[in-house]
Design a protein around this ligand. Structure first.
Ligand code: HEM
Length: 104
């Protein structure tokens, strides 16, 4: 992993691997407003804030939910409104957590 963009901005990606858990890979979701493949195509602003308040739902998710769940409502609403301004990307990254079965 190099940190380089792997596709259109905010469109998510696949095969996010971690050296300390080679058995799984993660796919950070498409968070644009595409109605079919983008999380913001299905979440309104209140739902977005509510999702962040829930924190981590999938064990060991690399998304920094702990810190992000403590952002203020104003900050979360600002992030949502910003994300609504970026171009929608049609990109289905599949399930967010994939068991790739490797043990080392
Ligand atoms: C301000 C920055 C970020 C925003 C606004 C954001 C937003 C989101 C949203 C809306 C979801 C979908 C939640 C759902 O549908 O239940 C999500 C999931 C996810 N994000 Fe982020 N994210 C951010 C930063 C990050 C970072 C820094 C990482 C990794 C280093 C990351 C990795 C993931 C992963 C792997 C998921 C899928 C697993 C899960 O839902 O826990 N995100 N993110």
């Amino acid at each position: 992993m190099t940190g380089a963009l792997t596709g259109p901005r905010f469109g998510g990606t696949k095969d996010f691997t971690e050296s300390d858990d080679p058995a799984h890979s993660w796919s950070p979701p498409n968070i644009t407003s595409d109605p079919e493949t983008g999380r913001l195509g299905k979440m309104n602003e209140d739902q977005f804030v509510a999702r962040f308040r829930q924190g981590r739902l999938i064990p060991n998710s690399p998304m920094p939910w702990q810190a992000f769940s403590r952002m203020s409502d104003d900050d979360l609403r600002a992030i949502y409104r910003y994300l609504k301004t970026v171009p929608a990307v049609k990109r289905d990254n599949g399930p967010v957590l994939v068991n790739v079965g490797k043990t080392s």
